[in-house]
Design a protein around this ligand. Structure first.
Ligand SMILES: Nc1nc2c([nH]c(=O)n2[C@H]2C[C@H](O)[C@@H](COP(=O)(O)OP(=O)(O)OP(=O)(O)O)O2)c(=O)[nH]1
Length: 131
């Protein structure tokens, strides 16, 4: 039987002034309509931290730097098995002037708990609640 390696995913958990950057997945593709942190598939020879930084820039227009790995989790969805690397990131621009693009928005920790994230995010959300 042919086995597939999990897709390695870099995700940016961007916190600034007690708020987190969140978007909504498009209406086509896997997990359509779910809330999400910016992120995506790692390119060949790209570290998950570098991927999180790149995807955040591409998706939201915000330049960030990776600070620490909050959580790594492998999870089997129907569409793919993913090896998720959730990286805590911070904005490079600390003036707070940069506005996110593509529908990404800043939400409070309380609002975060009410959103509809992919199932694999549950332990990450638990962790963020305890910080
Ligand atoms: N971006 C993101 N993806 C997540 C989160 N939680 C979670 O399980 N995922 C999963 C959904 C997908 O299976 C995978 C991300 O892959 P993707 O297909 O969105 O990545 P991509 O942007 O590189 O995709 P594409 O260019 O090929 O469309 O990780 C999350 O909080 N943010």
């Amino acid at each position: 039987m042919k086995t597939h390696s999990p897709q390695v995913i870099g995700i940016a958990v961007l916190e600034s002034g007690g708020r987190f950057l969140v978007g909504c997945r498009g209406s086509d593709g896997p997990l359509a309509g779910y809330d999400e942190f910016p992120g995506g598939k790692c390119r060949a020879d790209e570290s998950p931290a570098a991927c999180a930084v790149r995807e955040c820039g591409e998706e939201t227009g915000l330049a960030v730097e990776a600070v620490e790995l909050l959580l790594r989790r492998e999870f089997a969805y129907a569409h793919a098995t993913v090896d998720l690397h959730f990286w805590r990131c911070r904005p490079v621009d600390t003036t707070g002037d940069a506005a996110p693009e593509n529908g990404f928005r800043w939400v409070t920790a309380d609002e975060l708990a009410t959103l509809h994230f992919p199932e694999a995010n549950a332990p990450l959300l638990e962790l963020l609640r305890s910080l």
